[in-house]
Design a binder for this molecule. Structure first.
Ligand code: SAM
Length: 261
């Protein structure tokens, strides 16, 4: 997947998990997770959310995480064993667009920062709905990468790099803005939206969080930007950084719906 393979690297996922910790917590609240329940995390990565969810549902419940990446599944299994929740927590290799579960199996289902990586977001949502019980909540947290903004006067350069990142770095980089419509079109009830903002004032963290190294290299190779422009852009951001004034922000959309009868 072009220049954004870094999205699955362990250090990257850890960094973002720390940045969006309160949004993760909010997804658990919106799911209505409680002791004894069965819950699903689609695109679970290294178990960042399955483990806290397992602690909420307890040994009488069940948490299943599913991911297309075998390495993520192995790591998630290792971590759930370390956390002592392995007896009621399972991580399985699989595609969210074709879930290996019977209908109405889970009390609720979540997916975070996964829709942006798929060509098949509608199938993924429909599968989450199918395997959730009537009345159960489906919660999706996803980014609209076009909302990424950096405090710079070099608007033209910023916009070109960003547009390249959104459209070439992801299968579905505008994902977040589409969720409300998708939830309504899929027939979910009680659909609600919360905005989940994140900002960064550390330049190096901002670069890593936006995968700027990879994105700039790819934009340069694609002739979207010249080396001279990149040099000016770097000098500008380094100048902000040296004055302690670097600022970047991005929005995620947190959408919740209930499975109808
Ligand atoms: C950016 S990571 C987010 C991981 C995790 N949800 C979190 O919040 O830390 C995206 C994950 O989605 C997985 N993924 C992408 N497409 C998928 C699909 N169709 N079905 C299941 N997992 C998928 C990737 O392998 C990766 O682990």
């Amino acid at each position: 997947m072009a220049h954004t393979e870094g999205h699955s690297q362990a250090d990257y996922l850890k960094l973002i998990a720390e940045m969006v910790a309160k949004h993760k917590q909010r997804t658990y609240e919106l799911m209505g997770v409680a002791s004894g329940q069965r819950v699903l995390d689609v695109g679970c990565g290294p178990g960042t959310d399955t483990i806290p969810l397992a602690k909420i549902v307890g040994a009488g419940g069940q948490v299943i995480g599913i991911d297309v990446d075998e390495q993520q599944i192995e790591l998630a299994e290792k971590r759930s064993a370390e956390a002592g929740v392995q007896n009621w927590t399972e991580h399985r290799l699989g595609d969210g667009s074709n879930l290996p579960f019977e209908a109405n199996y889970f009390d609720s289902a979540r997916s975070e920062r996964v829709f942006q990586h798929t060509d098949a977001p509608i199938q993924l949502l429909n599968e989450m709905i199918r395997v959730t019980k009537v009345g159960g909540r489906i919660v999706v947290l996803d980014t609209d990468w076009s909302t990424m903004s950096v405090d710079t006067e070099l608007i033209n350069i910023e916009q070109r790099i960003k547009r390249f990142h959104v459209e070439k770095g992801f299968r579905n980089g505008y994902s977040g803005r589409k969720l409300y419509r998708m939830f309504l079109e899929s027939g979910l009830e009680g659909v609600s939206v919360e905005m989940a903002p994140t900002y960064v004032t550390d330049y190096q963290i901002g670069r890593r969080g936006a995968l700027l190294d990879e994105t700039e290299d790819a934009a340069l190779a694609a002739a979207v930007i010249s080396q001279e422009e990149l040099d000016v852009w770097h000098r500008d951001l380094e100048n902000s950084d040296s004055r302690g004034m670097y600022f970047a922000a991005i929005l995620q959309m947190l959408v919740t719906g209930r499975k109808p009868k």
